[in-house]
Design a protein. Structure first.
Length: 266
């Protein structure tokens, strides 16, 4: 059982909703990535998504695009990202880390080499936005053979066949994108999310996390009523943008703690 599976099993046993948090590796500075990961955990995050900086992050809104630009300006590479994971693992062996990004850096490294290095560093899975499930059965199998989960996105426009493909190849959890748009855009229609999540559950046995558009405690609580986890990314990046750099970890921990408290009080 992977660390991600263990985490969601424990959350279910405790009757809790998972909190999945995202930051971009190297933003707002390379020296802050590992402290920020620890701050997220201290605030109550159950699963960490660590964004791999990319020059054309097609699913991201302007907030995460800016984070990628800042990280790339520091020269942060896939190798750096894996080193951050390795450093985090020196003192935290239990919190799952999911690498989130795009196909190009993986293809450049080579799929098998990426899987090898991700496993060696201590990562637990990956979300690759532009790897559709029908085109990456071999990559999914390679991940699974090495104890890593390949997590797929599902959207309001996903067909039943696409959902079934995710059920065949996905692991860890399924990530439902609550909006027709990019990260951080718009607000969530929780009634629609409830309908969509129920439809996904007819075909997918994995836990379901919901993200894209959860900005504060109220929508997080609403989504928690129907999902196994809520995913927050852009709002955390904004917190970093609006905070003096050296105070970033404390600000992020406080923000996440507020979400955790709201989820636990639901």
């Amino acid at each position: 059982m992977s660390r991600i599976e263990q985490t969601f099993t424990a959350l279910k046993e405790q009757g809790k909703t998972g909190l999945v948090t995202f930051i971009t590796a190297g933003d707002p500075g390379p020296e802050l990535t590992v402290p920020l990961l620890h701050a997220l955990v201290a605030g109550g995050a159950d699963v960490l998504e660590l964004g791999v900086p990319f020059s054309d992050p097609m699913a991201e809104g302007p907030v995460i695009q800016r984070a990628c630009e800042r990280a790339l300006a520091f020269g942060v590479s896939m190798t750096d990202v894996l080193n951050y994971v390795r450093e985090f693992r020196r003192t935290n062996q239990h919190t799952p880390i999911v690498l989130m990004g795009y196909a190009n850096p993986i293809e450049r490294m080579g799929q098998k080499e990426f899987v090898r290095q991700a496993k060696a560093a201590g990562a637990d899975g990956a979300i690759v936005v532009d790897y559709p499930p029908e085109e990456c059965a071999d990559f999914a199998a390679e991940m699974k053979a090495n104890g890593l989960d390949l997590i797929f996105l599902l959207a309001p426009t996903s067909t039943v066949e696409r959902i079934r493909q995710v059920a065949r190849h996905g692991g860890g959890f399924s990530y439902y994108v609550s909006l027709k748009g990019v990260t951080g855009a718009g607000s969530i229609d929780t009634a629609d999310v409830a309908r969509r999540v129920a439809a996904i559950r007819e075909h997918v046995d994995l836990p379901i996390g919901v993200g894209f558009g959860i900005r504060d405690a109220e929508p997080a609580k609403s989504v928690a009523a129907v999902a196994d986890a809520v995913v927050i990314g852009s709002r955390i990046i904004q917190e970093l943008e609006n905070t003096p750099k050296e105070q970033g970890p404390q600000a992020v921990q406080a923000f996440v703690a507020g979400i955790r408290t709201a989820l636990d009080a639901r």
